[in-house]
Design a binder for this molecule. Sequence first.
Ligand SMILES: [Mn+2]
Length: 258
Amino acid sequence: MIGQELLSDVVEIFEKQGRLIELPKDKTIVFVGDTHGDVEATERVFDRFLDTNHLIVFLGDYVDRGPDSAGNLELILQTKLAHPEAIFPLMGNHEGWAVVTVSPADFWEQLNRQEEQHIASTLSLLPFAAWHPSGVLALHGALPDTDSIEAIQDIKLGSSDWRRITWGDWMDAPGTVLDPGALGRPVYGRDAFETILNRLGLKVLIRSHQPHAPAYLYEDRCLTIFTSKAYGGTHRYVALLRSEKAIRTARDLELVEI
Ligand SMILES: [Mn+2]
């Protein structure tokens, strides 16, 4: 099981780095979709991209569903501790256990009470989003309804904007809130996407969370990627944002199979 010392050590890093990560322009950014206990996916990402030329952003959902949730989470946290400026795991809905339950929750349900509390409180400090100056925002689900990118820094765990970020789905249909998701996942439409993307001055949203969503939505400005085989898929993809490349749409990021 994941050691108490590892948890306490990464807490200090998460508290210092805050809820919104600002990504540098001089590295290639590697975005990794849900891994969900697929530790082989995480190992492949690190084997290939953990070096001084790359910065790795994980889009959340490290536990439940897959074969080795504890191993996957431990590998990510150990690597975060060893390389705090090289990898940035964001919060998915499966990391929000401190405030909301999820299903399936096979990882959380096999922990004893003390482990459950310690891991949940550690993961409750994960950042919500990562922003790149080329106009790209990365997060787990849907866009928060904030006035600025900077306001993401002040979003509270369990709030409506937190729920949008970690639980929100997108659907290729007109409208804003297509389903408020009172009992689960809120669903947002094209009008919500365009209004908020423009208000925040963004070009592209990259996210995961919805394994059956089209990869490209809304004139290629919303990219959904998945990096786990835990849903029965046979391919794992990451997306690369290269520093030298101008970004107009999500097609300007490069999808790479790992
Ligand atoms: Mn999710």
